[in-house]
Design a protein around this ligand. Structure first.
Ligand SMILES: *Cc1c(COP(=O)(O)O)cnc(C)c1O
Length: 422
């Protein structure tokens, strides 16, 4: 296959929504104005990207160089043995983001965010992490651009995945299990529930609290927001070129969906194909947090204490604490407003899968394709297998293209706990 280049521009999907993104709603009380809080604690360049109506945004040279160093463009490969095993006439293509050095696509945005922060003279970055892939990717990028990083690590995943914590520490990050006694937000959560396993939401609350009290740190996020989807558009742009080089047209795109950044970055460059040519877009979520299938489309905060402005998206309610499944990246009560608008427009189909079904799909995948997917990725694999079997039933040719969001090599204990006979 002809080798494609790394794109020189990110694709901004905001001007391609069916209506302008609903503006956030502020809340003002003794904690202050939520919109003002976020303005104060986020790098400026990223806030501007969240409101940009430019279709294409240039990728700075230093970011391009870093993308090249981590191994972009990532490969697009066929899952031929899985296709044969399933006996399906469908072709299954995988965009392999798991081959990046921290084992997931999160580096595409952490590198960009650290670059812009450095340019603004910021000393350190603070954030939360669920499954840990964002935490390690942030640690990697902060290290690369000479910044400090502090990560509030969702407690259940801190305990389930000690090796990913060690990886972030080895890359130079300060790591704190959340909820913690370190911030007033953490202390408040612990007062309500001393046994709280934490969630992405509790981590967000603590990271924001930390940034508010430490001026040299700015707060960054690994998902949900338009600038994150923007940086992740490299996934979709490369995939588009790679399919073109193979002479293939996609019929359905599949990704797992938590905050929505791998799905959003992968699918954004195809959004007009979905509207005009009927390309199917399919999101696989976790039954532990079935926002798109069971949630309501309404304004809500993205954290359980209401420290963030309210945004319009699908939500299970800010008090919803998802059960502690092994797919930390999918455990949150709401998601990206962009993905919400696609779902609401009828462009995006969604289905929720159980942890057991997802891990069984991962086991099957490993046996035929020799890669161990992240637990989150397993949800997309389960969806792909079901779609490929539908094509078989209907004896229909079909190109299924999936974003392989991450590697499960540091999630083997999750496999051991969920799968029988392992
Ligand atoms: C973070 C993560 C996800 C979920 O996040 P999105 O923002 O919904 O993409 C999925 N898979 C992996 C491997 C992740 O690291």
């Amino acid at each position: 296959m002809k080798k494609v280049e790394i794109p020189r521009f990110w694709y901004n999907v905001l001007p391609h929504l069916n209506a302008p993104l609903a503006p956030p709603i502020d809340v003002v009380d003794e904690n202050g104005s939520r919109i003002e809080i976020i303005k104060k604690i986020r790098p400026r360049a990223l806030q501007l990207q969240d409101e940009s109506d430019e279709e294409w945004i240039g990728i700075p040279d230093e970011v391009l160089e870093a993308y090249e160093q981590i191994g972009r463009p990532t490969p697009l490969v066929r899952a031929i043995q899985l296709e044969k095993y399933l006996g399906t006439p469908a072709k299954i293509f995988l965009k392999r983001e798991d081959v990046l050095p921290t084992g997931s696509f999160k580096l595409n945005t952490s590198i960009a965010q650290a670059y812009f922060a450095k340019k603004e003279g910021i000393k350190g970055l603070v954030s939360e992490t669920g499954a840990g892939q964002w935490g390690t990717s942030l640690a990697f990028a902060a290290n690369q651009f000479g910044l400090d990083s502090r990560i509030f690590w969702v407690k259940v995943s801190y305990e389930q995945k000690p090796y990913r914590v060690l990886q972030a520490k080895l890359l130079g990050a300060e790591v704190v299990p959340s909820p913690s006694e370190m911030t007033s937000a953490g202390r408040e959560i612990l007062k309500k529930d001393p046994q709280s396993p934490g969630s992405i939401g509790t981590g967000i609350s603590e990271a924001i609290d930390f940034a508010l009290h430490n001026d040299s740190y700015k707060y960054v996020s690994g998902s949900n927001l338009p600038h994150v989807l923007l940086h992740q558009s490299v996934i979709g742009l490369e995939t588009k070129e790679q399919l073109l080089a193979l002479g293939e047209t996609p019929d359905v795109l599949v990704a797992c969906v938590g905050g929505g950044s791998n799905l959003g970055g992968f699918m954004s460059p195809f959004i007009e194909d979905s509207r005009k040519k009927g390309l199917r877009l399919f999101g696989a979520e976790s039954e532990a947090a079935p926002r798109l299938t069971k949630g309501e489309y309404k304004y809500d905060h993205s954290d359980p204490l209401g420290l963030t402005p309210k945004v319009l998206s699908y939500t299970l309610g800010m008090d919803y604490v998802p059960p502690p499944v092994h797919s930390g990246g999918l455990r949150q009560h709401n998601g990206s407003p962009v993905i919400g608008s696609w779902k609401n427009e009828g462009l995006l189909e969604a289905k929720a899968f159980s942890q057991e079904d997802a891990f069984e799909a991962g086991r099957l995948f490993a046996q035929y394709e020799r890669a161990i997917p992240a637990p989150e990725t397993n949800h997309a694999i389960k969806a792909v297998i079901d779609l490929a079997l539908d094509c078989k039933k209907q004896q229909r040719k079909c190109n299924i293209v999936m974003c392989f969001s991450g590697s499960g090599l540091l999630d083997l204990s999750g496999y051991q706990k969920v799968l029988k006979n392992l």
